[in-house]
Design a protein around this ligand. Structure first.
Ligand code: MLT
Ligand code: MN
Ligand code: ZN
Length: 299
């Protein structure tokens, strides 16, 4: 299995268009310690020929232009992208579908909940259903979006997308609104969890033994957006675990056997984005990598 990180940042990217938090400030000034990052998505392939995208970020067009493997190979209209698999209905995971609208066939997979959200938004009809069938997948049902590549959704504590929040909001619900994906190919297993509000025993079982784990790296500290003066919400309120602290990801997943562990969906306020920072050192000392755009893995 081949894996390419198309985008490693959370919503807004790095730097974010309207942000001068301490990390964005370094990125705007082109400080070499902070690499710019686009919004999170990975591409996986069984053979380097057919590719499947896990989520479609608003930066997808730029990600394709930066990634030769995803570009057309034969004259006329062509794309090696066979399918897009959605883990939720957040803007940073679905808006890129609108960039895939030019009458190109591929398949769109998601839970019934996520596909219903897309179905309610007429703008997504530009991705014509005759060309792009929408395939709802139930939990525990294996699906194969490209020959040799097997996937399965599993529930992850989360919430409905920000744009669907209402008075009835439940944070940490396990429903079809936020899922993780297991990808297996040639006996290797990748687990993709770009958003997660809590670590449950079931989640630990899903992750344990993975050859490669991508996990929610939104914030380093739960209150860092408030501290940076760029927001009023904690990570917990946004449905994201933080890296640090007794109930952070580093601690909660420390004992799990995973060959490689990589944080993805990293918010621009996260100081672990800064090469050489104390936070980066702490993350790496715990055995984690901080994803960069263009990172490649072969399993
Ligand atoms: C999130 O990851 O919490 C969402 O992408 C937030 C948003 O939609 O802006
Ligand atoms: Mn997000
Ligand atoms: Zn920022």
């Amino acid at each position: 299995m081949q894996v390419i990180v198309l985008g490693s940042a959370a919503g807004g990217g790095v730097p974010q268009w309207n942000c001068r938090c301490p990390v964005c400030r370094l990125a705007w000034s082109k400080d070499p310690r902070v690499e710019p990052r686009t919004q999170s998505s990975i591409a996986v392939s069984p053979d380097g020929s057919a590719w499947v995208l896990l989520n479609a970020s608003p930066d997808l067009r730029a990600q394709i232009t930066a990634t030769p493997a995803l570009q057309p190979r034969v004259d006329g209209r062509d794309s090696p992208i066979r399918a897009v698999v959605l883990t939720n209905g957040d803007v940073d995971h679905i808006a890129g579908l609108l960039s895939l609208r030019e009458q190109q066939p591929f398949e769109l997979y998601g839970t019934a909940d996520t596909l219903a959200l897309i179905g309610e938004n007429q703008v997504f009809e530009v991705v014509a259903r005759q060309m792009v069938p929408r395939e709802p997948v139930a939990f525990g049902a294996a699906f194969s979006p490209a020959p040799g590549l097997h996937m399965e959704f599993f529930t992850v504590p989360g919430k409905v997308p920000l744009w669907r929040e209402d008075a009835a909001l439940v944070i940490g619900e396990e429903s079809g609104s936020t899922v993780g994906v297991t990808v297996t190919c040639g006996g290797k297993r990748l687990v993709y969890v770009p958003g997660c509000a809590a670590v449950t025993d079931a989640l630990r079982q899903r992750i344990g033994g993975a050859d490669l784990l991508f996990f929610d790296g939104t914030l380093y500290r739960d209150d860092e957006m408030i501290e940076a003066g760029v927001g009023t919400k904690t990570g917990a309120r946004m449905g994201h675990l933080s890296m640090s602290g007794a109930d952070g990801t580093l601690a909660l997943l420390a004992d799990l056997p995973v060959t490689r562990r990589v944080f993805i969906h990293i918010n621009n306020t996260n100081p672990a984005l800064v090469d050489g920072s104390d936070e980066r050192r702490a993350v790496e000392a715990a055995g984690w990598a901080v994803a960069r755009d263009g990172m490649e893995f072969i399993l």
